[in-house]
Design a binder for this molecule. Structure first.
Ligand code: ADQ
Length: 478
């Protein structure tokens, strides 16, 4: 079988403590097969970038390209993170579109495609990831590459009314048709893609998942990303007895820990979440001495102004809440702006009674899944989960909330803190058994099967032909 060639903006590494959701999932899903992982090295240079660097990292061959400063700015900071990220997360008011940035985004994708094409072998399967690289497939096709090309979108695909606010929506969607297979996180995202193609391009969706438009077709399906719950559970058990987890438990002594872990991003709903914490302490004084809230939020994309703004907003809120509710001997809210080893986080999850995962929009949200897998089966914690995280479509025995409704978060916190152990177990068991059946290996294998076997049935498509067709393909009279 040919090699698997992965392309994503940032390349995962077994050496780095954490690379965010995309790399975490892909690293967990690598098997023994030869894998080449292509992408930006993370280096910004002041002259045209040198040759692609190949370096081995275990069974992974990394192919790394540097970015010139102006390209990094136009492609990554501006177009990917100040246009596509907000629009795809329904924050159209934050998008700062400019033609020049769009041109740079296209040009960098052309450059990536040229670099990738030069390391490709004829029987390689290419799997491109996320919003930074949407047009790369089309650029590869223009260079004559005819290997199977798959694309997976890690973030939501917005409803057509939202996507069409982006001036270049058509060119962007059209470029997805260069792939053989396009994967989304949830049925909602897939539906939004189909709606766009039907309404804006007069396209059609077949029962087998093939979407026809722009004089061509693409197969599209949902492939919900996940974690390896067995590995996470084992690491959580180990981490629970480490010094860091023990110190955290000791410091909470007798109170219950409510945890939130998110990249510091305006999509994660941190402002609403803090408002809920403040309102809980204000309106339910019985919890004032009974809970500790730990919010871990490592800064990300600090070169983007909206991220500096949200950070300042959070700093101010946290100061105010602690100013209002701290006692000389206790602080209700702990706020930590740094990364931890993942295993350490799993130990923290296991020490927590409640997790707040309340994004305003999120493709999936792996923290929700990691929290569930880290729990003690005898005494599991409660997950409070936003209905706007992809994970809510799977972890439906969590306490599902609307993150814009601060009072509803407060009620959910109250319910979680008072929930009897039998109910906590029943809710947790349903989520854990789902995760065990739908882990990250299933995600990877089902995407690659659909890419490698174009005749195979796509996930979510009917198992039997629709009733109006007979076995021989003729219309039945029914
Ligand atoms: P992210 O927006 O990065 O991912 P998420 O899915 O929660 O969000 O993944 C974050 C990862 O980083 C988790 O594995 C978590 O353990 C880790 N992490 C978070 N805070 C950390 C910290 N302080 N220290 C160390 N590790 C930390 C994007 C999309 C999501 C989608 C994923 C995967 O935005 O919607 O679920 O990709 O497709």
């Amino acid at each position: 079988m040919g090699r698997l060639v992965i392309a994503s903006n940032r390349v995962g590494s077994s050496l780095s403590a954490n690379d965010g959701g995309l790399a975490t999932a892909l690293l967990a899903a690598l098997d023994r097969r030869d894998v080449v992982w292509f992408g930006w090295s993370g280096e910004i240079v002041d002259e045209p970038p040198g040759p692609t660097r190949l370096q081995r990292d275990g069974n992974l061959l990394q192919a790394l390209v540097d970015l010139e400063r102006s390209d990094y700015s136009g492609y990554y900071l501006e177009f990917a993170n100040r246009v596509l990220w907000p629009v795809f997360h329904y924050r159209v008011n934050l998008a700062e579109y400019g033609r020049e940035q769009w041109a740079t985004y296209g040009r960098v994708n052309e450059m990536f495609a040229e670099r990738l094409a030069s390391v490709l072998q004829p029987d390689d399967f290419v799997w491109i990831h996320d919003y930074h690289m949407i047009p790369m497939g089309a650029a590869l096709r223009r260079l004559g590459v005819d290997n199977p090309l798959g694309f997976f979108l890690h973030i939501p695909f917005p409803a057509p009314e939202v996507l069409t606010t982006l001036p270049v929506h058509e060119a962007l969607v059209r470029s997805l048709f260069a792939y053989d297979l396009v994967g989304f996180q949830t049925g909602n995202d897939l539906q939004a893609f189909q709606d766009y193609v039907e309404r804006e391009a007069g396209g059609q969706t077949g029962d087998d998942g093939t979407i026809r438009a722009y004089g061509t077709s693409v197969r599209a399906a949902r492939f919900p990303i996940s974690i390896d719950p067995r590995v996470v559970a084992a690491r959580a058990v180990r981490a629970a007895s480490t010094r860091q987890a023990t110190r955290l438990r000791d410091s909470v002594s007798g109170r219950r820990l409510i945890i939130g872990v998110d990249r510091l991003d305006y999509t994660k709903g941190l402002v609403h979440r803090l408002d809920a914490v403040e309102r809980l302490l204000e309106t339910r004084p019985q919890h004032r001495r009974g809970v500790v809230v730990l919010q871990i939020a490592p800064p990300s994309r600090e070169d983007v102004p909206e991220y500096r703004q949200i950070r300042a907003e959070l700093d101010a809120r946290i100061g105010r809440i602690n100013g209002r509710f701290a006692e000389p001997d206790q602080l209700p809210l702990r706020y930590v702006n740094r990364r931890f080893r993942q295993e350490t986080l799993f130990g923290f999850y296991r020490a927590s009674r409640v997790a707040l995962v309340t994004p305003l929009r999120d493709g999936m949200n792996l923290v929700a899944k990691e929290f569930v897998a880290s729990q003690d089966p005898e005494d599991p914690g409660v997950l409070i989960l936003s209905r706007f995280a992809g994970a809510a479509r799977e972890l439906d025995t969590a306490l599902i909330i609307n993150p814009f409704d601060v009072d509803q978060i407060v009620d959910a916190l109250d319910q979680a803190l008072g929930m009897p152990v039998e109910e906590r177990r029943a809710r947790w068991e349903a989520m854990m058994s789902w995760l065990q059946e739908h882990d990250v290996h299933v995600w990877r294998a089902s995407f690659l099967k659909a890419l490698q076997q174009p005749e195979s049935k796509l996930p979510g498509t009917p198992t039997v032909p629709p009733a109006r067709w007979t076995r021989h393909g003729a219309l039945s009279s029914a």
